[in-house]
Design a protein around this ligand. Structure first.
Ligand SMILES: Nc1ncnc2c1ncn2[C@@H]1O[C@H](COP(=O)(O)OP(=O)(O)OP(=O)(O)O)[C@@H](O)[C@H]1O
Ligand SMILES: Nc1ncnc2c1ncn2[C@@H]1O[C@H](COP(=O)(O)OP(=O)(O)OP(=O)(O)O)[C@@H](O)[C@H]1O
Ligand SMILES: [Mg+2]
Ligand SMILES: [Mg+2]
Lengths: 226, 226
């Protein structure tokens, strides 16, 4: 359900360009749960934002479902993403002047859909944020803000969920609950789940773990156990 | 070197106030390395910002070195902090239009001191960011930005270093290097080090681990091993 063909991403910075992705080819089957690990600076966030259509590769192709994102106009990619892609950002990217509930509902609001109030309440409870729906992001702890970002990525029941280090700010038992939620939601709605993580315990929830270093995939682990 | 006496911190939000710290008393001896763990939302960041003078308690006393921060004016606290306190923020708080080098030097620039160029280069190399000194924060990976925040907290060789989840965005081996750096720098300059973390491996570097839950310290572990 997610396919990258020879994806290269470079940045102009400095005397020589920075090669963040060095010709990456990868296929993630529909409904699979894949984890991506690698050193800080190895290209994980770049890989995820290119795969999700949030960033445009310098060259190469990105196909989600059967739609070639690299062939669409920026507006068309944005419309496609709103309906089919959920994304948990490494920096959360919450909207400061919107409440927790408004932040979570945002993908549906932008798509012009009325959110199901029962589903919204179920999601907030599942990420442990019941009672915090009227707070502003500035009134939350780091891990609470991270969980708002996770709920927001799931609210539109997208076909593919991309998560950039979604347990980075969470203690062990909260992280565990979140990983179980991501996996069970993916099963329930037949979603493909691509998770970037530094946490081996998070990677152990996946069917497969891929290793990224210097902008290229190196090895993989099938059915990992910790 | 850091003492809290009956520190309470509440926020007005909602029908009842939110009690983030519920009467915390604690003494961290000079030169000690203490880790604080606890669930998301338990008050760790609030504890750290109050202890460092970045936030004012609702009631209670905070003493760093032999200075009562709660008795000083906001300007006096700011001047004290610049010379004596290093702080790694959970959200890094880098200045977007300053380069990596300018961000790291910032505490010295604000204190009107000329930074030692050799020391700056040594710090950047020690956190693995050599070659990135002219980049802007927006051109860094999450873990690279976190390491800029760490270098900045150390540059003024403060008496006390407070770090809020400083390895949250780092892979295992980079995290290890950073923890060794924090510990060795603390020994070298006789610093007190208070580290908030979700990572048991980070906590294992400390002399002592304290557990926070619902705004109160519950238990502790002396000389932890993982
Ligand atoms: N705008 C930019 N200009 C120059 N280099 C950039 C820019 N954005 C990212 N990079 C570089 O691209 C490389 C890959 O970055 P990326 O954010 O994908 O890494 P990552 O694996 O997600 O790291 P982390 O684990 O620290 O989050 C890094 O070396 C980074 O410094
Ligand atoms: N401005 C605010 N208004 C209301 N409640 C707040 C405000 N700021 C923080 N809180 C609450 O105070 C509590 C403690 O927050 P704190 O950031 O100290 O937690 P934490 O232990 O650092 O969590 P994490 O591990 O998720 O970073 C949380 O329940 C949080 O929602
Ligand atoms: Mg990243
Ligand atoms: Mg915190």
């Amino acid at each position: 359900a997610v396919r990258l063909e020879q994806v290269v991403k470079t940045y102009p910075g400095g005397p020589t360009p920075v090669v963040a992705l060095d010709g990456v080819s990868l296929t993630v089957p529909a409904g699979a749960f894949v984890a991506v690990m690698g050193p800080s600076g190895s290209g994980k966030s770049t890989f995820l934002t290119c795969a999700a259509g949030l960033d445009r590769p310098t060259s190469g192709r990105v196909v989600v479902g059967d739609v070639d994102l690299t062939a669409l106009s920026p507006d068309a990619v944005t419309r496609f993403r709103r309906e089919h892609v959920g994304f948990v950002f490494q920096g959360y990217n919450l909207i400061g002047h919107l409440t927790v509930a408004e932040n979570v509902r945002l993908p549906l609001t932008l798509a012009g859909t009325r959110p199901d109030e029962a589903w919204l309440r179920e999601l907030l409870a599942a990420v442990g944020l019941e009672g915090l729906s009227e707070r502003l992001p500035g009134e939350l702890s780091g891990g609470q803000a991270q969980r708002v970002a996770i709920a927001r990525a799931l609210v539109a029941r997208p076909d593919v969920v991309f998560a950039d280090e979604p347990t980075g700010a969470l203690d062990g038992s909260t992280a565990d609950a979140i990983l179980r939620l991501l996996r069970s939601t993916a099963h329930r709605f037949g979603q493909t789940l691509v998770l970037v993580t530094h946490d081996p315990r998070a990677a152990a929830f996946a069917d497969q773990v891929l290793f990224l270093a210097d902008g290229r995939f190196r090895g993989q682990l099938v059915d990992p156990t910790v």
